[in-house]
Design a protein around this ligand. Structure first.
Ligand SMILES: [Zn+2]
Length: 492
């Protein structure tokens, strides 16, 4: 009897010690997780004519360099006008940098460095834009291809995605050439013409060309992530996300087959029934959540700025990761950061109310998390559907990109440039949920980064590919200054 009590006492004491110990460790990890102390050089703010730059961007927006689809013809005449504008707007660039036209419409500029031993930097953008969704024209405050300058903004398709990169990079190059910058490292400017349809002839061919030339590349910097404010819980300051990777893309077609016939004598399950069961099963059994690079890098970078409760969870991931993943995986953008997402987008089957269809098809789109592959997803779908009369076919697919380093010299230079030119922001690695031209440079460059210092509030994301796309001129000037400084920082 007394032995039993003393054992219980010992056990109780042990549990108590463990709880106290864990509490101390959790508290310690939380309290010591503080923002890194950063000392940035005070740099002179370059004087630029913001209005003149805004007008040049406005002109670029007015060309309908639209990528409709891979099958549609290229808007050749519009790209021709765009090229002419670049030549006229940036005469010092035109006369000093070597320009190459790739696949008739894409552009590659080379700013030769003095030290051939240094691997090159490629600064990217794309000149094409997505079409305006028919029927939404009226919702634009200013017509999408007008380039209207009003209320401190340049309005129109391409002001965010992505003519502003092209124009701002050349504004910065023009500025630096005039200022006499002589880079040691070769800097390329690569501007594709078909990013919005996957970039096979633009970025795809530019990178092939550079590879043939045996060019060594330290890093590429492309569109991708931006500066956001008011999106991360508990963090007031704007956050500049440098995407280290982009998710993969996979579209599967599920086809259910069944015997046809008259609906008066139906089987227990029709093709439509089988297919809807399969789709429901996929929604109920999503791919598992996982916290891995670069999303784990992001949480590590941001935790010190978060409120204590969140910080405690993130700083003690060794213990609390399941709790964190449970929260993140619930929905929205955080779910997309920790999971290969499943989205049934099209369903078709049957033609007449009293005829049993012999087949029905569903299209399901997946965005693949780095760490998963197309094969993993297909295997998961086959296991989940688990019905021999439902076939699964890959319609379109690309694996996630590699995850670039947060520890490279190149990353540090981009980070430093952000801190020097945008001292109010926190810098963090990130994962791009959509796709970019960067994937074409994966083999060529040691690292691929995706970031433009565009400032986005919670409502601005919908302007990209949506209605009322516009950039604030003050922000556009910041972007130009960022590139001006970046060129100095990467020049050596
Ligand atoms: Zn884009």
């Amino acid at each position: 009897m007394s032995e039993g009590i003393s054992l219980l006492k010992k056990l109780g004491l042990l549990i108590f010690v463990v709880i106290v110990g864990l509490t101390v460790v959790i508290a310690f990890n939380t309290i010591t997780n503080t923002p890194p102390e950063v000392i940035t050089e005070q740099i002179a703010i370059p004087q630029i004519d913001e209005m003149a730059a805004a007008k040049r961007l406005s002109q670029a927006v007015q060309f309908k360099t639209i990528s409709q689809s891979r099958e549609a013809p290229v808007a050749a005449a519009e790209f021709g006008k765009m090229h002419a504008l670049l030549n006229a707007s940036f005469p010092t660039v035109a006369s000093n940098l070597k320009k190459q036209i790739i696949s008739e419409h894409s552009l590659l500029y080379k700013w030769e460095g003095s030290d051939p031993a240094l691997p090159a930097a490629i600064l990217m953008g794309h000149m094409d834009v997505v079409p305006v969704e028919p029927g939404t024209e009226d919702r634009w405050e200013h017509p999408p291809f007008s380039g209207v300058i009003k209320d401190g903004a340049v309005w129109g398709r391409g002001t965010l995605d992505d003519k502003l990169s092209v124009m701002a990079l050349l504004e910065a190059a023009e500025f630096q050439l005039k200022a006499g910058l002589k880079p040691k490292r070769t800097i390329y400017f690569a501007f594709g013409h078909d990013e919005e349809i996957g970039g096979p002839n633009g970025a795809g061919k530019i990178s092939e060309f550079l590879e043939e030339q045996g060019v060594r590349v330290a890093f590429t910097l492309d569109e991708g992530m931006v500066i956001v404010q008011g999106i991360m819980p508990g963090i007031e300051r704007p956050i500049a996300f440098i995407a280290l990777a982009e998710k993969g893309y996979l579209t599967l077609e599920l086809t259910a087959t069944a015997t046809g016939g008259h609906s008066s004598i139906p089987p227990k399950e029709t093709a439509v029934g089988k297919l809807s069961k399969a789709v429901s099963a996929l929604e109920a059994n999503r791919l598992p959540t996982a916290l891995q690079r670069p999303v784990s890098d992001m949480f590590d970078a941001l935790a010190p700025y978060m409120p204590t409760s969140l910080k405690a969870v993130i700083s003690n991931r060794w213990l609390l990761e399941p709790v964190l993943l449970g929260q993140l995986g619930k929905g929205g953008a955080t779910n997309a950061m920790v999971r290969t997402t499943t989205a049934a987008t099209i369903i078709q089957g049957g033609t007449k109310d009293n005829v049993l269809p012999t087949s029905a098809t569903a299209t399901v789109n997946f965005r693949i998390l780095p760490g998963n592959t197309i094969e993993d997803v297909v295997a998961h779908v086959n296991d989940t559907v688990n019905d021999p009369s439902v076939t699964v076919k890959v319609k379109q697919g690309g694996n996630p990109s590699k995850v670039s380093r947060q520890t490279s010299e190149s990353y540090k230079k981009i980070e430093k440039t952000i801190m020097e030119t945008l001292p109010d922001v926190i810098v963090s690695p990130g994962l791009m949920l959509a796709g970019s031209d960067s994937k074409h440079y994966e083999k060529l460059a040691d690292d691929n980064y995706r970031f433009i210092p565009m400032r986005f509030g919670p409502k601005d994301l919908s302007r990209v590919h949506g209605t009322n796309e516009r950039v604030m001129i003050k922000n556009y000037a910041e972007i130009i200054r960022f590139y001006i400084r970046l060129m100095e920082n990467v020049a050596q």
